[in-house]
Design a protein around this ligand. Sequence first.
Ligand code: IPE
Ligand code: IPE
Ligand code: MG
Length: 248
Amino acid sequence: MGKREELLRSLGLDPERMPRHVAIIMDGNGRWAQRRGLSRIEGHLEGVKSVRTAIETCGDLGIEYLTLYTFSTENWRRPREEVEALMALVEENLRREAPELHARGARVRVWGRRHELPPSLQEEIRRVEELTRGNRGITVILAINYGGRAEIADAARRAAELCLSGRLRPEQIDENVLSALMYDPEVPEPDLLIRTGGEMRISNFLLWHVAYTEIYVTPTLWPDFGREELIEAIRDYQRRERRFGGLR
Ligand code: IPE
Ligand code: IPE
Ligand code: MG
């Protein structure tokens, strides 16, 4: 038995039924802070620790793709101070964690309308993607200024451009063609979507990709979501029966 298989079995996980791609809506930082009489921003700071734990845990478990909802296209509606603090936090942490992520063999990708982000953050994103491009370990996808509808709209616009330039005919457009026009067509669809903070909604995350994803919602707030909780979500996933619309 390999080392990883041994680890998985010791955690009560079936190595044959591991999700390849886990996506997380990291919600509840504000409530976590509020309950302690702290500012929302302190909740986001605490949430960074859970991000680190989630990346490490998924890496240890051999999960190939981890997608983290970091900032939605709707989160601009928040007070300016909170938006600015979030942008600064993402930028600082990308800069600080890049060497460690690289050393672990992680590949970092960013999904979202990055041209609308502060230029210094765009530059940091470019750097970390470039640094980790050739790595073969876990792929960590950060969804920043990401919206599921924006991604689909961007794909539709590119399809229209291809048609106008004569490289695509409208009658060729189907699910496969559109899939190939999403941000990262080589990434498989998420097997498991986790939402912390208890809200039973998608909040415009990965709309195209979650058609048959298993959903796990926990009331645990993101700063309290640790290694054991992540493993429990995967145990729960392994008890599901996936049918993809067929019969088993
Ligand atoms: C999630 O926590 C983090 C982001 C949306 C950036 P929230 O800030 O939404 O926390 P709650 O939902 O208000 O508790
Ligand atoms: C979803 O959380 C976005 C992120 C976690 C980045 P929100 O807190 O923005 O979602 P709603 O407003 O509760 O739907
Ligand atoms: Mg929230």
